[in-house]
Design a protein around this ligand. Sequence first.
Ligand SMILES: *Cc1c(COP(=O)(O)O)cnc(C)c1O
Length: 368
Amino acid sequence: MTTRVPFNDLGRALQTQADLLRAAFEDVVASGWLVHGPHHRAFEGELAAYLGVPEVLGVASGTDALALALRAAQQVRPGQVVTAANAGGYTSVAARLVGASVHYCDVDPETHVLDGGALAELLDEISGDEVSAVVVTHLYGHQAELPEIADLCRERGILLVEDCAQAVGARRDGVAAGATGDLATFSFYPTKNLGALGDGGAVATRSAELAERVRQLRQYGWGTKYDVRLDLGTNSRLDEVQAALLRVRLPMLDGFNERRRAVIGRYSAAAPDGVRLLPADGEWHSAHLAVVETADAAGLRRHLDAHGVGTDVHYPVPDHRQPAWAQPAVHLPVTDGLVGRILSLPCFPELRDDEVDAVCRALGSYEG
Ligand SMILES: *Cc1c(COP(=O)(O)O)cnc(C)c1O
């Protein structure tokens, strides 16, 4: 019978890395440090060095990273948040948490990432003065080409935030995802390319001032202990245990991403006419998700399921169509047009070659 290929299987990495993860855990137990201890400090430094960014702050999740980055941005420059509507809603959640309204911008039809041309038009249309920050999500691991967008923001004094939750390790011309924006956010949710054994996140920045702001906001707004310097602080810490576990995995990240890209490369070669893999054929892509665009994604999904291949959709409902955030008057031609046309295929480093073969055969036998 056909092998069942899971969409994801986190247990495989845990099994392979069990000894290393146990040793890291035991090290924390022996140290007596539970929060903001030596592993946390070391992880912040190691991730900063890996990204080529001077400041990294560990926080409790990717959503907290976004909310803290946007809170810092609001304090520097209040206003709306501009972002794409096809990136899973995380930025909308964070913007609403800090009391900002969200203005959606359309995406590029080829890459599905925020469209620089559409952004320029939007920022001319709504006065740039009303905008606090633009959040660019490096969706599926595709590191957006930022220079144009960074210029648009800089000219108007708008802060640029890179959401790198799906793009850790992507590099374009040697520049890491997260090293261009005023602020960058990361998630270490277990399914992410760099996953913890629970929740975790980080904010990166080149600005010492923004770093100090986030450092205070993540811990009650304290300048030093019990001395509240910033309003609207919170408690958002990356646990010492998670930091220690992440230190085990960070040196493996480039290898994981290479394997993910190889998997997507195989799918690309096997996909029939009418099924387009979003490209992930270079270091500029972390290959977080293997996403195809096709006329009838539900039909492809049924076909793959019948051939034992697990799939998912990232994401089925754009933010401006979500019940809690509905903006019925807003029409984003590309974003709205992608509904029902996207499907994600299994893509994780521990996927076996025979499983990749099985997905390729199933894809190849699809006739639309
Ligand atoms: C996962 C994800 C987040 C949120 O991260 P959590 O750690 O789950 O809070 C934010 N943005 C993007 C693009 C994500 O994929």
